[in-house]
Design a protein around this ligand. Structure first.
Ligand SMILES: [Zn+2]
Length: 501
């Protein structure tokens, strides 16, 4: 399938113009598929597409400290990476739902679609049924396992006109803060009541709001930065990163047994308990960089449910509640949204987070149409009668979570700028911060699942990722501790080895 022509999707809105509020939106499968597809995008992709928006007048959006992390990759010299490819894959993160998202009416992922190659000689035998399976690869210099010729023919893709994640004919209402629910009078009435609407006369209907890709980018932005995404989207409120809720809970999740811990040191400003910087080995930097490869839906699934959430998390919660069959097309697609897997090449079995690997992006092929002597195909993970089996022989170069090479020492600032460590650069940075040396102490962090979940949340919502994410895991200055009023058990994850400057 060639680059999809810029299309538009439509929304119906019910608004209260006096209060500048969108009460709810009514949407079909085209729009909801796009909204749900946000969950399949790796964090690195979200940072990249929001920073490279085609509309130059738009504000450059920063997702917490993730933009600094992404920029660190492009600023780090190639020599610090295991291979050049390790750096390249971080700068052009790919989604494991790429095949599905090609069919979206508007796909905001900017990565060039992967090409798939099959055997020119064997495809006819496959079509006629002589071969039960066909070999396919993302590489055209791999030999066919039937006849040993190279897989030279690129498959032309077609759009089968089907919806992607939700049933084609389904209809939804969407609340201002992005809860997506089946469209029926009960849900609409529930939204009206929760908005405190008493007088229908105050409401106005916007029948067909056209949305193109720049509006979808804007909506993605609002889903992170706004508490009322649809109102801020429609009424064009200027979004500021300060509007991100400053939630600093001590997120606790069940530790996976025997999960490994990473040890590194942080410099804490005693008077403020702020973490000024961390100095660490390649293992902590590899953890941080791997976060760019994790899809948003998986990131959200790592947070426990009992915290004040972002609007983007409401989209995730909505998918959890929708029935398979009636609203979502299959359990496999539901899981792809709630717990999207990592592409094989990014997958690291010893990762602190329980990540899963997507081995194959597709398993089945269907010829959907023929035009001008060319066949057009659709590929899929789900099997139906008209689809035939594909054997994937794509070469996979596994990075296995090791992006930067060791032994190297790195310095990580509070807002996640990663640079190679030298004593000079470290002291120069501390001097820049104008913190007196006697106000700085060194502490050791033993970084496991709980610390990682807290840091992930802080990285998503704040530019003080280390301070906010690790605040429960450092020993606090006694004066501060009484004012913070946290029981000492909150800090049980800390093993302190205090060193002074
Ligand atoms: Zn062949």
């Amino acid at each position: 399938m060639a680059d999809k022509k810029e299309t538009e999707v439509y929304l119906k809105l019910v608004i209260d113009r006096n209060k500048k509020k969108v009460v709810f939106a009514e949407a079909n499968s085209d729009f909801v598929d796009i909204l749900f597809s946000f969950l399949t995008l790796p964090m690195g992709t979200i940072v990249r597409i929001l920073a490279n928006r085609s509309d130059p007048s738009s504000r450059k959006a920063n997702i917490g400290s993730f933009n600094n992390l992404y920029a660190s990759v492009s600023n780090l010299d190639t020599m610090y990476f295991v291979t050049k490819e390790c750096r390249d894959v971080l700068l052009s993160t790919r989604s494991s739902a790429e095949v599905q998202c090609r069919k979206l009416m508007i796909n905001i992922d900017d990565v060039k679609p992967t090409q798939y190659f099959v055997c020119d000689l064997c495809i006819d035998k496959y079509k006629s049924g002589s071969y039960a399976s066909l070999y396919v690869s993302t590489c055209s210099t791999v030999p066919c396992h039937h006849c040993q010729n190279f897989l030279k023919r690129a498959i032309d893709f077609d759009d089968d006109g089907e919806s992607v994640f939700v049933a084609k004919t389904s209809s939804f209402v969407i609340s201002d803060d992005l809860h997506v629910i089946p469209n029926n009078p009960t849900s609409t009435l529930g939204i009206l009541k929760s908005c405190g609407i008493k007088d229908f006369a105050a409401l106005e209907e916007i029948n067909t709001l056209k949305l193109g890709s720049s509006e979808i980018f804007h909506l993605l932005e609002c889903s992170f930065f706004s508490k009322n995404a649809l109102s801020d989207f429609y009424f064009g409120k200027k979004l500021k990163s300060v509007e991100v809720p400053t939630i600093e809970p001590s997120l606790r999740t069940e530790c996976t047994g025997g999960a490994k811990k990473i040890t590194f040191k942080v410099y804490v400003q005693k008077s403020t308990n702020k973490i000024l910087l961390a100095h660490c080995s390649e293992d902590f930097v590899n953890f941080l960089l791997s976060l760019l490869t994790v899809p948003l839906g998986k990131v959200i699934s790592l947070f426990p449910g009992d915290h004040e959430s972002l609007n983007i998390e409401h989209i995730h919660q909505s998918v959890t509640k929708l029935n398979v069959g009636e609203y979502l097309k299959s359990q496999q697609l539901k899981d792809m949204l709630l717990y999207p897997k990592l592409l094989s090449q990014y997958f690291c079995p010893s990762h602190i987070f329980p990540l899963e690997e997507q081995n194959s992006l597709y398993k089945y092929l269907k010829r959907t149409s023929t035009a001008g002597g060319r066949d057009f195909y659709s590929i899929s993970l789900d099997s139906t009668q008209s689809y035939k089996y594909l054997s994937d022989i794509s070469p996979i170069s596994k990075i296995g979570g090791g992006f930067v090479r060791g032994p190297t020492k790195f310095m990580v600032t509070d807002d996640l700028v990663v640079t190679p460590l030298s004593s000079m650069s470290c002291f120069a940075y501390l001097q820049e911060l104008k913190v007196p040396l006697n106000d700085i102490e060194e502490q050791e962090i033993h970084f496991g699942m709980n610390e990682a979940v807290n840091l992930l949340w802080a990285s998503l919502t704040s530019t003080s990722a280390l301070s906010n994410g690790l605040k429960f895991f450092i020993l606090k200055n006694p004066k501060q501790e009484t004012s913070v009023n946290k029981p000492s058990a909150e800090r049980s994850g800390v093993k302190l080895e205090q060193g002074h400057f």
